[in-house]
Design a protein around this ligand. Structure first.
Ligand code: FMN
Length: 206
């Protein structure tokens, strides 16, 4: 019997401070939360009082190969509870430092939505930086912990999205998470795009 039916185990760390108002991440959540081989972990649901159980979180990280941070971009950063999670869970001598090897060889991916349109995220645009530049703190965190940082799944311009468009993004997200789990992403091809979901047919193998 095959004990591990999937190539990778995926842990989605979901952080939305106001889920009751969410249009986009709520649908994305419903698209992936019941996938086999995927653990969906809603941080604001688990820790409404911000008392993070560090050992439980480290155990979850131990049990998975691929970690996904899913969140809406808030003030060009991760929401506060996810930032706190980074500060408390990724301990010295566990996640980084000479003896901190727990995360080495794992992969980290960001999956986020932004109110701002894609055209704003460039040198000449209102936001002055690309989305990859805004994600650099997460990318550097991954490097320091010995993890590979994967190209991000990004949905821009959320305020202008219609219901059917959000539905298509949710389908894409499910496709990506399944492909990550089954090791069907061509990462070299994905790296040539600003975000993973620019052209899914070009990056997901059948
Ligand atoms: C407090 C707050 C801060 C936000 N900061 C940003 C931001 O820095 N850049 C941006 O493009 N959108 C920003 N937005 C818009 C959210 O990213 C957008 O509403 C969200 O991605 C939509 O997803 P949802 O429907 O799941 O909430 C912000 C929204 C709120 C409420």
């Amino acid at each position: 019997m095959n004990e591990r039916p999937f190539a990778h185990s995926v842990l989605i760390l979901f952080a939305h401070p106001a889920l009751q108002k969410s249009r986009v991440n709520r649908q994305l959540m419903h698209a992936v939360r019941d996938l086999e081989g995927v653990t969906f972990h809603d941080l604001y649901e688990a820790y409404p009082d911000f008392h993070i159980d560090v050992r439980r979180e480290q155990d979850l990280l131990d049990q998975h190969d691929i970690i996904v941070f899913q969140y809406p971009l808030y003030w060009f950063s991760v929401p506060a509870l996810l930032k706190m999670w980074e500060e408390l869970v990724l301990e010295h001598k566990w996640a980084y430092g000479k003896e901190g090897v727990a995360l080495r060889g794992k992969k980290l991916m960001s999956a986020l939505s932004t109110g701002g349109r894609e055209s704003l995220f460039c040198r000449e645009g209102f936001n002055r930086c690309t989305i990859r530049e805004y994600l650099e703190p997460v990318e550097q965190l991954a490097r320091i912990c010995g993890m590979e940082y994967l190209p991000p799944f990004v949905i821009h311009g959320t305020n202008e999205l219609t219901g059917p468009e959000i539905g298509r993004h949710a389908d894409d997200y499910r496709r990506v998470i399944e492909a990550v789990r089954d090791n069907r992403i061509d990462w070299e091809a994905a790296r040539s795009f600003p975000r993973l979901n620019t052209d899914l047919d070009a990056v997901i193998r059948k």
